[in-house]
Design a binder for this molecule. Structure first.
Ligand code: RBF
Ligand code: MG
Length: 309
């Protein structure tokens, strides 16, 4: 990135209404911020822009915390762009983290982005050791030529929408609640890798085994899913778990059976959106009993997905 920044998606000649943050999950709280950015950009005839970081700052500053993000960097950019804003991804390093708050504001909101307005969440802090706050931003805006808008937390059913709450709900198998807070269905991307071939042979139900790119899989269980393949959405049923009927694998796997499809998916990259959680994974006393339960799951998924559209 050059000193005066040529960023993909950013027109350097235009002034911006800009927000900054991690935006993991691009959930309803984030969407409230994005809406205000879009509205103000239109009113002020500026470019709506999101400044975000890759990797997530906590992964650089506190790797021991093993933060499990909801979105991959690519998903995040795609979700932000489809909300209608331009996206500037700043590589986050320890050196970047050491930039004093004032310098960050002058350099980014002032020089590079020519901010006309900066939109931030109510608890936003920035700069080295998080010393920068909204007061500092407002003060510096007066000399650098931008105003500051503060967005309050979004509540749904009197809980504050947050990425950490959504992570917890996904882990607990509360998919419906997680999806409501996200404002979309939780989705995982990944490549189809070789499985054991057991599904087709023993159960008559071939599955695509997906190597997830996301840090976070929903709780173990059986799910109705929509699979995106080359921009097309296909109905399916997914299993997340260890297949305890067989050999109790140690690792959790994600397998998808596409309803009414029997092509080869090996090597393809798919996105799996989790629409509904159907049941828990169980150990069945016989392969026949598992096979008939899977047939019932396929019917349940068809029902759920038929209603969802
Ligand atoms: N394996 C289990 O051991 N218990 C289950 O409850 C279970 N449910 C499944 C439901 C669906 C819809 C699918 C597609 C698979 C399920 N499996 C389950 C995984 C199954 O054992 C696996 O697909 C094959 O063994 C091939 O790896
Ligand atoms: Mg398989």
């Amino acid at each position: 990135m050059g000193k005066h920044g040529l960023y993909p998606g950013h027109d350097p000649s235009s002034r911006t209404v800009v927000t900054v943050g991690n935006f993991d999950g691009v959930h309803l709280g984030h969407r409230a911020i994005l809406s205000l950015v879009l509205k103000r950009a239109q009113e002020l005839e500026c470019q709506p822009l999101v400044l975000t970081f890759d990797p997530h700052p906590l992964k650089v500053l506190n790797p021991e915390a093993q933060l499990r993000l909801l979105t991959t960097p690519a998903q995040k950019v795609e979700l932000l762009k489809s909300a209608g804003v331009s996206v500037l991804v700043v590589p986050f390093t320890k050196e970047f983290a050491a930039i004093p708050a004032q310098e960050f504001v002058r350099n980014y909101f002032g020089e590079r982005l020519k901010a006309r307005e900066v939109v931030v969440g109510h608890d936003y802090r920035f700069g080295s050791k998080r010393t920068g706050d909204i007061e500092l931003l407002k003060e510096m805006g007066q000399t650098l030529g931008f105003t500051v808008q503060v967005v309050w937390a979004v509540e749904l059913d009197s809980v504050v929408v947050s990425s950490s709450l959504i992570r917890a709900m996904l882990r607990l198998g509360k998919l419906d609640e997680a999806n409501r807070l996200l404002g979309r269905d939780y989705g995982v991307t990944g490549q189809v890798v070789a499985g054991k071939g057991r599904g087709a042979k023993l159960l008559g139900v071939p599955t695509a085994n997906i190597l997830p790119e996301n840090d976070l899989l929903p709780a173990s269980g059986i799910y109705a899913v929509l699979v995106t393949r080359d921009g097309e959405h296909l109905p399916g049923v997914a299993n997340i778990g260890t297949c305890p009927t067989f050999d109790n694998q140690e690792e959790m796997t994600l397998e998808v059976h596409l309803l009414g499809f029997d092509g080869d998916l090996y090597g393809e990259r798919l996105q799996v959106d989790f629409v509904a959680r159907l049941r828990e994974e169980r150990r069945f006393p016989s392969i026949d009993e598992l096979a008939s339960q899977i047939r019932a799951d396929m019917d349940a998924a068809r029902q759920v997905l038929g209603q969802a559209r």
